[in-house]
Design a protein around this ligand. Structure first.
Ligand code: MF3
Ligand code: CO
Length: 249
């Protein structure tokens, strides 16, 4: 599939979808606390998304049964909602969700600290978020796609962290996953030229230990191979001739 350049009309709808998703994350984050199951978080997320007259984009995507992926501690991404998974004090919890608004999508993830977490876990969350911001310094016309990848990966690796290789960011628009794929680590090539009007979901997934991940037997939840903690941070952005617009913040 070719990479799409969005029209002004489409960009405005993507902006609206992004703004709504930012609010969904804010509202959900306020509610998540120790004692809650990931099933309850999913139900609340769906209600909040629908309160904005949006469709939860994850629900039914390739058979995914929830509206949000809830990935706890060593779970990297795609954690399935479950009544048996209870959030507890000291956990780190990644919430990854998306909305469809008038046919246009936004996708974003945050990693939350539940109660008191260790200094090491706090640093992992902060570095993961900062790696996104390091990456988007290169998210503008004139740079190449993998300039973003290299900036993300180089930053996270300076802290000794493992950058997940098997999962990537992506183009987004009328589909959640459009071309191009966006790795979070340095590539040998430069990748395509970035052009104003591209909308991208940039999403570093960073492990405290080794980069390797494994798929669990629920077919969705991805965990770190070595059991180390993992954090995720994602926003949908718009490429322009100048600074990128972060649509979902
Ligand atoms: N949000 C994920 C991504 O960033 C996709 C989730 S897959 C789903 O690409 F099935 F859970 F929707
Ligand atoms: Co995504």
């Amino acid at each position: 599939m070719p990479v799409t350049i969005k029209s002004e009309r489409e960009i405005n709808l993507m902006r609206e979808a992004g703004k709504i998703l930012a609010r969904v994350h804010e509202e959900l984050a306020k509610e998540v606390e120790a004692g809650m199951s990931s099933y309850e978080i999913d139900k609340r997320c769906e209600e909040i998304i629908r309160s904005y007259d949006c469709i939860p984009s994850f629900l039914g995507y390739e058979g995914y049964p929830g509206s949000v992926c809830i990935s706890i501690n060593d779970e990297v991404v795609h954690g399935l909602p479950s009544k048996n998974k209870i959030i507890k004090d000291g956990d780190i919890v990644s919430l990854d969700t998306g909305v469809i608004w008038k046919g246009y999508q936004s996708d974003a993830a945050r990693t939350l600290a539940i109660g008191e977490i260790s200094k090491e876990a706090q640093q992992l969350i902060e570095v993961t978020k900062q790696s996104f911001f390091e990456g988007i310094k290169f998210a503008k016309e004139g740079y190449h796609l993998y300039d973003i990848s290299a900036a993300i990966g180089d930053y996270a690796e300076k802290f000794g962290y493992g950058v997940v290789r098997e999962l990537v960011g992506h183009g987004i628009g009328t589909e959640m996953h459009e071309d191009p794929q966006i790795p979070n680590f340095r590539q040998k090539r430069r990748g395509m030229k970035l052009q104003a009007g591209m909308t991208l979901a940039i999403e570093p997934m960073i492990n405290m230990g080794r980069p390797d991940v494994a798929w669990t037997d629920d077919d969705w939840t991805v965990v770190t191979d070595d059991g180390s903690l993992s954090a995720h941070y994602e926003n949908t952005i718009l490429i322009t001739k100048g600074e990128p617009e972060i649509l979902s913040l």
